[in-house]
Design a protein around this ligand. Structure first.
Ligand SMILES: C[S@@+](CC[C@H](N)C(=O)[O-])C[C@H]1O[C@@H](n2cnc3c(N)ncnc32)[C@H](O)[C@@H]1O
Length: 207
């Protein structure tokens, strides 16, 4: 479904994202993947030393373990709003396509801040609404019609893809997200947008 939804582009975005992540990561330090799901993103990591992964759904970890069986990963079942880690523990915290699902985004961001070391990095990638007026209408139609339809035909799950579309439309603009993160104390380094904001990578640092 991801391939169909993004016409395969999500693979390039994920590769680009992982390169950015490892540019900021020192092998000896600890890295946390939040909302790790079935381990799609860390499947692409060049090495997995000191990798921690958290997701509230145990079944997701089971699928991930099958994919990443040769890697030593510290799996944890839990929510971002109540991270079971010590203060200043990780050098890098990552989250791909999970922030949209946080029940309490501000609490989640605060927990991430607490668990990051000073000068540590928080990177996340998330869908959003494009800001170029030329593609706003077609994108809206893509979300409203194409996504639920293809979800029902291919994944036999219209409801989940309708939720996906609604959560993308409801997600705040990059400017609002940046403000939220800065209010928590993060230093905003950069937001990299693809397809005029349909997909964004946010890069933050704990100063
Ligand atoms: C779309 S998946 C993303 C999976 C993976 N990161 C990827 O890029 O393929 C979203 C994940 O967010 C998790 N999630 C939902 N609410 C969460 C929360 N409050 N805290 C942490 N993870 C959450 C879900 O269980 C799900 O596995």
């Amino acid at each position: 479904m991801n391939d169909i939804m993004s016409f395969g582009i999500h693979r390039l975005w994920k590769k680009y994202y992982v390169d950015l992540l490892f540019d900021k990561f020192n092998k000896k330090e600890k890295i946390l993947d939040i909302a790790s799901g079935s381990g799609d993103i860390f499947h692409l990591f060049p090495y997995k030393n000191n990798l921690y992964a958290i997701d509230p759904i145990e079944k997701m970890h089971e699928i991930s373990k099958e994919k990443n069986f040769e890697k030593k990963i510290n799996y944890q079942t839990g929510y971002v709003e109540n991270l079971p880690y010590k203060n200043n523990f990780f050098q890098v915290i990552s989250c791909t396509y999970g922030v949209r699902n946080f029940a309490d985004r501000l609490k989640g961001f605060s927990e991430i801040y607490r668990c990051l070391k000073k000068n540590g990095f928080f990177l996340f990638m998330e869908f959003g609404m494009p800001n170029a007026s030329l593609i706003q209408k077609p994108y809206q139609a893509f979300l409203d019609y194409f996504l639920p339809f293809s979800g029902s035909v291919i994944a036999k799950d219209r409801h989940s893809y309708k939720y996906l579309a609604e959560s993308i439309k409801a997600f705040p603009t990059p400017l609002l997200i940046k403000n939220e993160l800065e209010n928590i104390g993060f230093y905003h380094i950069e937001t990299i947008d693809f397809i005029s904001g349909a997909n964004n990578i946010y890069i933050l640092q704990k100063k």
